[in-house]
Design a protein around this ligand. Structure first.
Ligand code: PMP
Length: 346
């Protein structure tokens, strides 16, 4: 990254994110764990990359014309990326989102000028699922394209061409392992394919949350989900086009509680405020680091993704009442602050 020169345009701000050594996770793993700071993108998440690649691809194929509309079904972050890129290029945005996602994401999408369509959360097999609703809306809207992040492999190309070479270069051409969770699968598949092109011995691990089916698929060949998770943006039940041929060598299943330990520690000890998918990724990276150390790899370097900013979850992950209602542990300082707020209002 060259920050000494001005960028030519705002879209050049997407990608080329910093990578940082995480002290607590590195100590826990006994080797160097690095987090790729995707919250540093203009839309504060990893999904800006997919949005840019998908929109450029639709333009290159002649499907998206001046004044056109981009329609997408999303847990929120892709919509935010699409809205920003579309604004910068003069397109309109329609976003379909399940109504159980964080209020911050909904407020943000409206603030960015996207037209927001909320639908009840439902199974992928149901016609009313947010993905199918977004496809129908795209078909019905003149001049619209459907971004289709799950099955449009322009998504993973963003990581083959961008994220993977960045990690390789930032870690000095020595990477032992990479892991992250899958939503569309674009990040794990794209970074996995991109890194293996540099060195096929790099171990690529899927870190799956509870309630997703991919852990069992890669471990036992069967798409089967167990448990549940409150993490937004991750947890997949099928092999999307982006996941096809993903070079997954090993897999971990990480609970929300394990992910929250890292969300809490990274904030308290290292000053990083992140979402839960980042915490789950870091827990996976620690597991991968330990595995590589146990096998005797000298000083392994493991990278993972810090997917989005925690500011997007102030009403959920960083809210004592919300955490308690979900049966999740409440961070010490949140419990203290909400106790003193009650004392003030009493
Ligand atoms: N974390 C968050 C917060 C996300 O929004 C997403 C995207 N859905 C992911 C992780 C997973 O990324 P991908 O879609 O590339 O698998």
């Amino acid at each position: 990254m060259n920050i000494t020169r001005p960028f030519g345009d705002t879209l050049a701000l997407i990608g080329n994110t910093p990578i940082v050594r995480l002290a607590g996770p590195s100590a826990a793993a006994g080797c160097d764990i690095y987090g790729k700071c995707e919250f540093a993108n203009p839309g504060s998440s990893v999904k800006d990359r997919a949005a840019l690649w998908i929109i450029r691809d639709a333009e290159a194929r002649g499907e998206l014309l001046p004044g056109g509309t981009v329609v997408e079904g999303t847990a929120g972050n892709t919509g935010i990326g699409v809205a920003l890129v579309a604004n910068a290029k003069g397109y309109k945005t329609i976003i379909v989102m399940p109504d159980n996602q964080s209020k911050e994401k909904m407020d943000t999408l409206r603030a960015l000028g996207a037209e927001l369509v909320l639908v009840p959360p439902t199974k992928f097999a149901d016609a009313g699922h947010f993905v199918h609703t977004s496809r129908r809306l795209a078909e019905e809207t003149p001049g619209a394209v459907w971004a289709n992040q799950f099955d449009n492999i322009a998504n993973r190309r963003a990581h083959i061409e961008g994220t993977a070479p960045e990690i390789w270069e930032q870690l000095g051409g020595r990477v032992d392992g990479f892991t992250c969770a899958a939503g569309t699968g674009g990040t794990i598949a794209g970074v996995g394919l991109g890194l293996k092109a540099f060195d096929e011995n790099i171990r690529i691990a899927l870190t799956d949350p509870h309630g997703a089916a991919l852990y069992n698929y890669y471990a036992h060949g069967e798409l089967r989900a167990e448990g549940s998770s409150v993490a937004e943006g991750i947890g997949q039940g099928r092999i999307t086009a982006n996941l096809e041929g993903a070079p997954i060598d090993t897999q971990y299943r990480i609970s929300d509680e394990e992910g929250l330990v890292w969300v809490e520690r990274l904030l308290k000890e290292e000053g990083l405020c992140l979402g839960l998918s980042s915490g789950i990724n870091v827990a996976g990276a620690v597991a991968l680091g330990r595995e590589l150390v146990a096998e005797g790899r000298p000083n392994p370097q493991v990278a993972t993704i810090l997917c989005d900013t925690g500011f997007r979850y102030l009403s959920t992950l960083y809210n004592a009442e919300w955490l308690a209602a979900k049966g999740l542990p409440v961070f010490d300082w949140l419990a203290r602050n909400s106790a003193s707020a009650e004392a003030v209002s009493a």
